[in-house]
Design a protein around this ligand. Structure first.
Ligand SMILES: C[S@@+](CC[C@H](N)C(=O)[O-])C[C@H]1O[C@@H](n2cnc3c(N)ncnc32)[C@H](O)[C@@H]1O
Length: 334
């Protein structure tokens, strides 16, 4: 049997508790859990494996994803001590014994029922619930739409993002604050070439691996700081800030560098956040600015010398913590 000590040990782990609290609200896949918890996917998979072995979690396949949820058997009332239920022998050294995955162990259930009753008074110290709301919004916007429900062969939205490149000229682009290169490689599919810039060496490594996997040889990555860019003047047709300007303390300096490396008439495209109150992003995600008001952003872009500045605030749905703002302008002299 899983004795009480092992049951407490299993559910006494902070990460496992955070996972359980989340999947008790909504079935989630590993990628969504990784994004909410901000921890390595390998660690999260290990915790999910342990919880699944006890029968407390179950896995449900949907399309290409496995969703984890608290097992339907986990809400049965806790069994009384010494009720004579058949139990498997405890694993060596307190390891969690395997249950075959369909029924949860009574000791685990008893501890789980207690833990669950405490969730309401915990608050949200790690901001997991705010991140959950954001992930669910993204799922609704990008993953859980009509196409996915119908399992439409080809997934038109993704195909369209590729198809649009037929409309675009062959550009020399720079992606400022490229992170792990997800957007950079998409730019690389239509651009003549693209340079991804990021100050974080780990992000640059991940981005290089991504470009290699995609066999894109027109995409390169450089470790550099946006405010002190070592790129020549007038080199690029397109400069992109995708969710990166709010990380840059010297916004004016960052924008001035982007304008400097654009050729006359070259275009700057910016995707960022409108003002918000989610202060946790400062510590957890390294944001420096809590979004930008459209008027401020417009003044910043014009102040950097851009012409024909256009801005659009993307419609916010009820309950969303973040509103996206998109902007564009042309380098002077075109
Ligand atoms: C939220 S990520 C955005 C990644 C990517 N552009 C995207 O849209 O998915 C912001 C990135 O900006 C980088 N960054 C922040 N400040 C920077 C700076 N001063 N110079 C260069 N990169 C910076 C961070 O390292 C991080 O990878």
């Amino acid at each position: 049997m899983i004795d009480t000590a092992n049951a407490l040990k299993l559910l006494g782990d902070e990460t496992r508790l955070r996972i359980l609290r989340l999947v008790a609200r909504e079935p989630l896949n590993v990628s969504e859990l990784t994004s909410i918890l901000g921890l390595a996917q390998s660690g999260i998979s290990r915790h999910l494996g342990l919880l699944r072995k006890t029968g407390l979690l179950e896995e449900r396949r949907e399309g290409v994803w496995s969703y984890y949820q608290v097992s339907s058997a986990s809400s049965i009332p806790a069994l009384a001590e010494g009720d004579g239920s058949p139990m498997a022998p405890a694993g060596a050294g307190g390891a969690v014994p395997e249950r075959g995955g369909d029924t949860a162990d009574p000791e685990i259930l008893e501890v789980w029922n207690f833990v669950k009753s405490r969730f309401g008074s915990l608050g949200d110290p790690n901001h997991d619930l705010v991140r959950l709301a954001e992930v669910l919004r993204q799922r609704e916007n990008y993953g859980g739409g009509l196409n996915e429900k119908l399992l439409e062969p080809g997934q038109s939205w993704f195909a369209w993002s590729r198809a649009l490149h037929f409309l675009l000229p062959s550009l020399k682009a720079i992606d400022l604050g490229c992170g792990d290169g997800a957007i950079t490689v998409e730019i690389g599919r239509f651009a003549r070439s693209v340079v991804g810039i990021d100050a974080n060496p780990r992000a640059i490594q991940a981005a290089r691996r991504r470009a290699e996997r995609e066999h894109l040889d027109n995409v390169i990555f450089k470790e550099d700081r946006i405010e002190s860019l070592a790129e020549p003047d007038g080199e690029y047709d397109l400069a992109v800030f995708s969710q990166s300007l709010h990380h840059v303390a010297d916004v004016e300096g960052g924008l001035a560098q982007a304008v400097r490396v654009l050729r006359p008439g070259g275009r700057l495209i910016l995707v960022d956040l409108a003002p918000h109150r989610e202060r946790w992003v400062i510590e957890k995600l390294g944001h420096v600015h809590l979004g930008f008001a459209p008027e401020r952003l417009e003044a910043l872009l014009k102040g950097a010398g851009l012409e024909g500045v256009q801005l659009e605030q993307v419609h916010q749905r009820r309950g969303e913590a973040f509103t996206v703002i998109v902007a564009s302008g042309l380098a002077p002299g075109g």
